[in-house]
Design a protein around this ligand. Structure first.
Ligand SMILES: [Fe+2]
Length: 312
């Protein structure tokens, strides 16, 4: 059975609940999906591209009722995950409860497959910053993020999924690694973790650590989803190798990230995988082809694991 046919069965004619347990709990969905951005919305609604599932940024739809209605139509046929870029669970000044309320009402119509967001902050009081900013990994940050993830999960009535960020700077105040922080957070809140394999590659290159060791230490029991996205390379005189990797989501998945993805699947087992592409958006078929490649990698790893099990 291919990964895509597994998704087709999970979505099958008898309805989701009978095949997957609780509707939209995400646990039975394995396969590759694509990020759905507004320029592709009409095409996705009318053409139903061959991708296992879709993920959107809900903030793109909250002030766009026509797009929201079209998305509701799509969600009646396809499984749709929500990746919020505005919840700011790392903010020291608290969660924006009005925004949380808007998301809760929006999700009620869609019944998302997952609801996820970054381990980052983008608000300070009433100020909104159009960026995902880093935080030190220490006990104070852990208390802050734990409290906010509890608040999100209580308000939404579902598990939240937290994504490892792409990093460009670290904090001297950090007392634990990012993986240790995520493990503590998952343990304290029961949240899921989204392992963005491209972010691991970008962060490892920028911060000077081993991407494979990061995956080996990642709390695999909490993994709910994987992201793959493209990055760009820019000159950086302050960097020892003269360059910095930027998580631009504007390019095909790099060969090194495909290799790291295979390593992650060997350790985590099959996982729902999402192709992220936000800038310099290509034709929809390019995203679908990247998703198909992710499924080929996943099938290859699954076969390899089966062969190893038989040989033992
Ligand atoms: Fe991501």
């Amino acid at each position: 059975m291919t990964m895509r046919s597994a998704v087709a069965i999970a979505r099958g004619a008898d309805g989701l609940a009978s095949r997957c347990g609780a509707p939209n709990d995400g646990t039975a969905v394995v396969g590759a999906g694509i990020g759905l951005r507004l320029p592709h919305l009409l095409e996705v609604a009318t053409r139903a591209p061959d991708a296992g599932w879709l993920e959107v940024h809900p903030e793109n739809f909250l002030a766009n009722p026509h797009a929201a209605e079209l998305l509701r139509e799509v969600a009646r046929q396809r499984r749709v995950a929500m990746h919020s870029v505005g919840l700011s669970v790392g903010s020291a000044t608290g969660i924006d409860r009005a925004h949380l309320g808007r998301l809760r009402r929006f999700f009620a119509d869609i019944e998302p497959l997952f609801v996820s967001g970054h381990l980052a902050w983008s608000t300070y009081g009433d100020s909104y910053l159009n960026d995902l900013l880093p935080l030190p990994y220490d006990e104070e940050s852990l208390r802050t993020v734990t409290s906010h993830v509890h608040e999100v999960q209580d308000a939404l009535g579902r598990r939240y999924v937290v994504e490892n960020p792409a990093s460009y700077v670290g904090f001297g105040a950090s007392t634990m690694t990012e993986v240790e922080f995520l493990a503590e957070l998952a343990s304290a809140t029961g949240c899921g973790l989204l392992c963005d394999v491209s972010n691991v590659h970008v962060s490892a290159a920028n911060m000077g650590y081993d991407a494979y060791a990061y995956i080996d230490a990642f709390p695999m029991h909490a993994v709910a989803e994987i992201h793959l996205g493209g990055f760009s390379v820019e000159a950086d005189a302050a960097s020892p190798d003269g360059e910095v990797l930027i998580d631009t989501h504007s390019a095909p998945i790099a060969p090194a990230v495909w290799d790291l993805y295979a390593h992650a699947l060997r350790r985590f087992g099959p996982q729902p995988t999402l192709i992220e592409w936000d800038n310099d958006l290509p034709m929809l078929d390019t995203l679908v082809a990247e998703a198909a490649r992710a499924e080929v990698v996943a099938s290859s790893v699954a076969n390899e694991v089966r062969r190893d099990a038989v040989a033992r």
